[in-house]
Design a protein around this ligand. Structure first.
Ligand code: ADP
Length: 160
């Protein structure tokens, strides 16, 4: 069975992430979304909130599961019995960092490969940061995040 891990912060999940998840789920038998408990970034949503929003968003895709992890991605890959990482690429600005991460992962775990899926054009501008900015100023979020995320994002912004 081919398994791949799609890691990220997902703070919150956007339609750009969802598009990558959907396409990856058509390529691999199983996709594990790994939500990073990143101690160097302060997220807007807690780890549990991010995991739950993702679970809600992907509930109709049979071969996708959502888990959190902390520590090294390569250790999470081992735990999931896979050596394949999925990442999305939006623009040249993503490329440097993504390349650096893919290569450093291979330095420590030689059999690990990163599969890059290029963004669908309609989501090439979309990021979790932009979505949070839009939410702050009351922009309609329907073209940016899964429906289950909209009210949670608005609530969170109102509480800031
Ligand atoms: P990280 O903090 O690890 O970059 P993100 O949640 O921001 O996590 O993104 C996870 C992955 O999804 C990254 O590979 C990122 O490039 C990709 N991604 C984010 N937004 C989009 C988008 N609109 N289209 C395609 N890929 C995307």
């Amino acid at each position: 069975m081919s398994v791949a891990v799609y890691p990220g912060s997902f703070d919150p999940v956007t339609l750009g992430h969802y598009d990558i998840i959907k396409r990856a789920s058509a390529i691999f038998d199983h996709v594990v979304i790994g939500v990073l408990n990143n101690t160097s970034k302060i997220p807007l949503f807690s780890l549990e909130e991010r995991v739950n929003m993702l679970k809600d968003a992907v509930s109709s895709i049979d071969n996708v599961s959502v888990e959190s992890f902390d520590g090294l991605l390569i250790d999470f890959l081992k735990e999931k019995n896979t050596n394949v990482i999925i990442r999305g690429l939006r623009a040249l600005t993503d490329f440097d960092l993504e390349m650096q991460m893919a290569q450093s992962n291979r330095m420590v775990a030689k059999d690990v490969d990163t599969v890059f899926l290029s963004t669908s054009l309609e989501y090439s501008y979309l990021s979790s940061s932009i979505v949070k900015e839009y939410a702050r100023y009351g922009v309609d979020l329907k073209n940016f995040v899964p429906e289950c995320v909209t009210s949670k994002l608005i609530d969170k912004m109102n509480k800031l």
